[in-house]
Write a protein that binds this ligand. Structure first.
Ligand SMILES: Nc1nc2c(c(=O)[nH]1)N(C=O)[C@@H](CNc1ccc(C(=O)N[C@@H](CCC(=O)O)C(=O)O)cc1)CN2
Ligand SMILES: Nc1nc2c(ncn2[C@@H]2O[C@H](COP(=O)(O)OP(=O)(O)OP(=O)(O)O)[C@@H](O)[C@H]2O)c(=O)[nH]1
Ligand SMILES: [Mg+2]
Length: 428
């Protein structure tokens, strides 16, 4: 049975200057003809009056495009109506489309789901497209655009091809195994081949997770009471996110403020001042939360004494209240949140440190789902290297390939499709 033809507003919320209504499916050409007259030349915008297919009253004057399949964004016949972006225009044109046989409004993510089903993009590319739509920083945009263009998928394809070569070696050993024992030299060659592959996967797993890039690096500001933590937070996020007073113990709860600096997304966290002897029950709970935040931090901005520094691999040791001449030997950064002195230098140190904690540009960024499958891939490769029996080795290589195929969605992904495509907006 041929699929429905779907349509939706693919541009932003009305009212807007222009509204793009996308149509995809086997009746796209008929729908376009019904509203706009004869089909224009493929991929050429033409100005047409859109008319209601039943009573011929004019709905809008619009630019329309015709994209015959299968070389289209969804792999199906597609059409676009670039209408005026008023609500009533959209309602009228949508009603006219809905009245055409076989046409119905699209569900969230349904265009992209069809692109995936028709092999226009694989699952990793669809995930990256979702990231691209959510991107708010320059770094997120670059990463998602590269990955939507196949950066990660090409890596998977390379590994997959090499895995197939490994499987072919195993097959040829199995073919000859009745003549002789498995040739020791070729078994060794296979092992080396697989261990090279496994070490590349380990390198990929050692890169920082994609979530850090998308959710923002967690920067925790910590130190004793009254150190100037909340003042620094407010300075960094350029608003009064936290209450500042000269009373020690002002901040009690965790205060989170998302901000973008130099194209990198952060979540800054202000915390209660750390002290051992708090008599106040509320403050004591706050201190406990501060310690938990420190454990989860990607980066710590430390405003306390050098000897009291928490043990954290990514920490910037700050001498605060520089305008008071406050001095701290060996500090990484001297800052006055009050006057702004040293704040630029702090931000550039932070940027440098952040670069080391984010997935490197020009390399795939692996999300939690993909990392889980990479681990399964690496484990199967590990077992294959240990296998003595070529039948066992062959089976492990098959499992390894299955893990790769789940990353790109070649197999076994039905259960995650609704979750992924449901995240898209209608019209995508
Ligand atoms: N107006 C409009 N703008 C848009 C989209 C769209 O669908 N419509 N896109 C929707 O997401 C994005 C562009 N993505 C697209 C991806 C592939 C094809 C496509 O037709 N690909 C064919 C032919 C390419 C060619 O002519 O060179 C192919 O790859 O075979 C079109 C749009 C962003 N901007
Ligand atoms: N002169 C000067 N005073 C500062 C500076 N930063 C903060 N202060 C003052 O120090 C006092 C405490 O500042 P806060 O930012 O509330 O300190 P805090 O570390 O958040 O304190 P708690 O929330 O109690 O742990 C306030 O009176 C601030 O105005 C600074 O750079 N220079
Ligand atoms: Mg505070």
């Amino acid at each position: 049975m041929s699929p429905d033809t779907i349509f939706a507003v693919s541009s932003g919320a009305p009212p807007s200057a222009i509204s793009v209504i996308r149509i995809s499916g086997p009746h796209s050409g008929a729908a376009l003809t019904a509203l706009a007259g004869e089909l224009p030349e493929p991929r050429r915008a033409v100005l047409r009056s859109l008319k209601h297919p039943v009573d011929s009253h004019i709905l809008d004057s619009a630019l329309v495009l015709w994209f015959p399949g299968p070389r289209t964004a969804t792999g199906e016949d597609c059409a676009e109506l670039h209408c005026h972006g008023g609500r009533a225009v959209i309602v009228a044109v949508s009603a006219a489309l809905g009245a055409i046989d076989g046409c119905r409004p699209a569900e969230a993510g349904e265009f992209t789901r069809r692109a995936f089903a028709n092999g226009v993009m694989d699952l990793a590319e669809a995930e990256a497209l979702s990231d691209l739509l959510a991107a708010e920083t320059e770094r997120q945009r670059k990463q998602a655009l590269d990955q939507a263009g196949g950066l990660l998928s090409r890596q998977i394809e390379d590994w997959r091809q090499r895995l197939l070569q490994g499987s072919a070696l195993v097959e040829s050993e199995l073919d000859f195994s009745d003549e002789d024992d498995v040739d020791a030299a070729s078994a060794e060659k296979l092992r080396r081949f697989l261990s090279d592959l496994a070490s590349e996967v380990e390198t990929a797993l050692a890169t920082p997770p994609a979530e850090r890039l998308h959710d923002g690096l967690r920067v925790v500001i910590a130190g004793p009471p009254n150190a100037g933590k909340s003042t620094l937070l407010n300075r960094l996020v350029q608003r009064e996110a936290a209450i500042v007073t000269d009373i020690a113990g002002t901040t009690r709860d965790i205060i989170e403020a998302p901000v973008t600096l130099n194209g990198i997304a952060y979540i800054f966290t202000d915390t209660a001042g750390l002290r051992e002897d708090s008599a106040d029950a509320v403050e004591a709970i706050g201190i406990n939360r501060a310690q938990q935040a420190l454990v989860r931090a990607d980066i710590v901005l430390w405003l306390g004494a050098a000897w009291d520094k928490p043990d954290h691999p990514a920490l910037i040791d700050i001498a605060a209240k520089a305008d008071l001449g406050a001095d701290k030997a060996g500090a990484d950064c001297v800052v006055s949140a009050k006057t702004g002195e040293g704040v630029e230098a702090l931000i550039s140190q932070l940027t440098k440190l952040a670069q080391t904690l984010l997935p490197p540009l020009d390399q795939p960024a692996w999300n939690a789902r993909q990392r889980g499958l990479l681990r399964a891939f690496a484990e199967a490769l590990g077992r294959a290297q240990l296998g003595e029996d070529m039948l066992v080795v062959g089976e492990e290589l098959r499992l390894a390939r299955l893990a790769l195929d789940q990353i790109t969605g070649r197999s076994h992904v039905e259960d995650m499709l609704d979750t992924l495509f449901g995240k898209f907006c209608i019209g995508k």
